[in-house]
Design a protein around this ligand. Structure first.
Ligand SMILES: [Mg+2]
Length: 395
């Protein structure tokens, strides 16, 4: 059996975060089905649903219209992202009192590596409990917390007794805790892979562990080894320190579904403009570029590409998104109701790092982009535009 990682990892995940913040701020909402997201009259989706709303089968990414049908008396609230982000900052400030090794997964979820903090603050369980209590007492919200020797097990643990959960998985009990769980609980196993595995008689993690490695490769390809490791409770991924705003993106839901590829590309281009501008304004470059598309039946797909060098160049991101759209989306001329562009794996773009910049042309592009940003600020965005701006493209 492989060597267990000796880390002490805590995974904290806030419960129904946006909805819980709204309930905290307006106690008259307590106990009610609360939905944060688009209005049922519009074409938006559920961003977060309180646990009372979830009892009606409502979940995030469902259309607000459908949510309203499932629970007509639900309270619909428009999201206040700025507010949630300031609450998130308070929560992350608590994390950083216990370790500098904090990896944000989203606005309300993070991994903490407390291996180096044990001598100062006591066992990981104790740190986890203290953080959970402090979030409740000082922020007024509940979190689910998992404590384990690695990221995979810690995330799994925090999910086991959600909401308001606290679960410890010790290295020596990892295998027995994992055994009965469905293979879908393994990191990276989505619905498609899960179905495939089940069809080969591998419904549980124990089944996967017992399956011959060679045969497993014929089913899941190069993933086989990683899945085998996870099934044995092994995950050596380090906690990667980052910033709260793990991604910067923009998306738009159309008033009417759009078929026309050219028109869709125009919208994507203008979304990229906004995203790249925000990256530069906040001093980031991104390693990963994501394209999101939603079909009229709400099926939502995302495509992502990781670039060899981080970028904040509008042109580079546009090229990347165009390629994802044309080569990877497989839209087959179906209409779309939403498209989105986002960037992740952000790194700080420090001025003194410019010398180390791997691509001169890239650097030049970014300088031009910065200049354009400045000019647009001064003269307005209609005056200056990058490349050919079509008359129809107003935003
Ligand atoms: Mg959460």
């Amino acid at each position: 059996m492989g060597v267990m990682s000796q880390r002490a990892i805590i995974h904290v995940d806030m419960d129904a975060f946006y909805a819980s913040v709204e309930v905290r701020d307006d106690p008259s909402l307590a106990g009610k089905p609360v939905i944060v997201g688009g209005t049922p009259e519009g074409r938006g989706v559920v961003a977060a649903a309180s646990y009372e709303a979830r009892e009606y089968g409502i979940h995030s990414a469902m259309s607000a219209f459908r949510a309203k049908k499932l629970c007509p008396h639900a309270v619909f609230i428009r999201p206040r992202m700025r507010h949630y982000s300031s609450v998130s900052k308070q929560i992350f400030a608590i994390f950083r009192e216990y370790t500098p090794l904090v990896e944000p997964i989203s606005i309300d979820e993070a991994f903490l590596d407390v291996t180096g903090s044990l001598s100062l603050f006591g066992p990981a369980e104790e740190i986890g409990r203290t953080i959970k209590r402090r979030i409740r007492e000082t922020i007024g919200l509940t979190a689910s917390v998992g404590v384990a020797p690695n990221k995979f097990l810690a995330k799994l643990a925090s999910d086991l007794e959600k909401p308001d959960g606290f679960v410890i998985i010790k290295a020596e009990e990892a295998i027995s805790r994992l055994a009965p769980l469905p293979v879908g609980k393994l990191w990276g196993v989505g619905k498609v892979t899960q179905k495939k595995l089940i069809s080969h008689g591998i419904p549980t993690i124990k089944d996967l562990r017992d399956f011959p490695t060679g045969k497993l490769e014929t089913i899941v390809g190069s993933q086989a080894r990683r899945l085998r490791d996870l099934a044995n409770g092994i995950d050596n991924r380090p906690v990667a320190v980052g910033e709260e705003s793990k991604s910067i993106g923009a998306e738009t839901t159309f008033p009417k579904d759009i078929y026309d590829a050219e028109r869709l590309m125009e919208v994507l281009d203008s979304l990229v403009e906004r995203v790249a501008k925000r990256l530069r304004k906040e001093g980031y470059r991104a390693h990963a570029v994501h394209l999101k598309a939603r079909y009229p039946d709400f099926k939502t797909v995302t495509r992502v590409v990781t670039l060899p060098a981080a970028t904040a160049s509008t042109k580079k991101i546009q090229e990347t998104v165009r390629e994802l759209f044309e080569k990877r989306l497989d839209r087959q001329d179906r209409p779309l109701r939403l498209v989105g562009v986002s960037t992740s794996q952000l790194v700080r773009a420090k001025k003194d790092e410019l010398e180390l910049f791997p691509d001169d042309q890239e650097e030049q592009r970014e300088k031009v982009d910065h200049l354009l940003d400045e000019l647009q600020k001064r003269y307005g965005s209609q005056t200056i535009w990058r490349g050919k701006r079509r008359a129809a493209d107003k935003d």
